[in-house]
Design a protein around this ligand. Structure first.
Ligand SMILES: C[S@@+](CC[C@H](N)C(=O)[O-])C[C@H]1O[C@@H](n2cnc3c(N)ncnc32)[C@H](O)[C@@H]1O
Length: 294
């Protein structure tokens, strides 16, 4: 894997100093306590061996994609010249698509996620940068944003900024494909706070990790946060817990047309993921397809 900082990343100076925590938007507010806690998690807790960023490891263990998404994006990537992936995470889709496309570039803003990535093939690059504000010297014929990543970008304006930036790097006629969960403004029951529940129990490097998740609304429309508590037991009987929060700003299917056209893309179709049919009322995950227009 080659790690390279994308131009115009707002915190490029911090990155060049090699600081992981300073580049994460959510940690900026929590300094110095967040920095201190991650030091504690990384170095002091006995019997625990973490990568540089424990939260990135835990995130990667839990967020493994949706059934069928790797096969879907791999099919799409066949014989594409150049694929741009926004919010690439640890390169799960990047690596799979690079096996069949000529070139793949993934952009991810969380350095810890890139540290989690397996070595990439020669025709794939994972780059550290902000998907809403980057500059590359490559033009792409395909742009993908797998696994709800657009909803993690910070809201409608950020989503438009990311799609505009992608459009500036896309050939005329290039294809845009992304998948997101389906929520509508009248899905009241789904938007209420959800109680904490155990969602996974994972064995990782000799430790058992019980993952608890709960959701609560955030101020402002179409925004909520998923909170995680990881209860970790090591083989020598030690127990401790790590907490993390992920904010999501979602858009309903009927906003996609205006969002894509504000960013220089035409909406072609909204499908049920990952099936070749139109979206229906009960579908929970959608695929959006668009084309770059002038
Ligand atoms: C749900 S994960 C999807 C990861 C990957 N696409 C996959 O399918 O496994 C969303 C990713 O988007 C990243 N992300 C969120 N905002 C971003 C931004 N502004 N620029 C780049 N990456 C961002 C997150 O750090 C996270 O790794």
């Amino acid at each position: 894997m080659q790690l390279r900082v994308v131009n115009a990343f707002p915190n490029a100076r911090s990155i060049s100093r090699g600081s992981t925590s300073l580049i994460r938007r959510d940690i900026t507010i929590r300094l110095p306590i967040g920095w201190f806690l991650s030091l504690l998690e990384t170095f002091i807790l006995p019997g625990v061996q973490w990568t540089e960023d424990p939260k990135a490891r835990l995130y990667t263990l839990v967020h493994r994609g949706n059934a069928g998404d790797v096969a879907f994006y791999t099919r799409l990537a066949h014989q594409r010249r150049a694929i741009l992936e926004l919010g690439a995470g640890a390169g799960r889709i990047t690596a799979a698509t690079a096996a069949v496309a000529q070139q793949v570039v993934g952009i991810e803003h969380w350095e810890g996620m890139l540290a989690e990535a397996e070595p990439m093939p020669d025709n794939a690059d994972l780059l550290l940068g902000d998907a809403c504000n980057f500059a590359l010297d490559t033009r792409f014929d395909t742009v993908v944003v797998p696994y709800n990543a657009l909803f993690a970008f910070g809201g409608r304006d950020k989503i438009i900024a990311a799609l505009r930036c992608a459009r500036a790097h896309a050939d005329d006629g290039a294809k845009l494909v992304f998948d997101c969960y389906v929520l509508n403004d009248d899905d009241d029951a789904l938007l209420l706070p959800v109680q904490e529940e155990l969602i996974a129990s994972i064995i990782d490097n000799g430790r058992r990790i019980n993952v608890y998740e709960w959701e609560s609304p955030l101020p402002g429309p179409r925004a909520f946060q998923m909170q995680y508590r990881y209860e970790i037991s090591t083989t020598d009987g030690k127990q401790y817990s790590v907490q993390d929060t992920i904010a999501h700003h979602w858009l309903p299917p009927d906003e996609m047309d205006s969002v894509l056209s504000a960013a220089g893309w035409r909406l072609d179709r909204i499908e049920a993921a990952f099936e070749d049919r139109s979206l229906q009322e009960d579908d929970v995950q959608m695929v959006i397809r668009g084309t770059a227009v002038g």
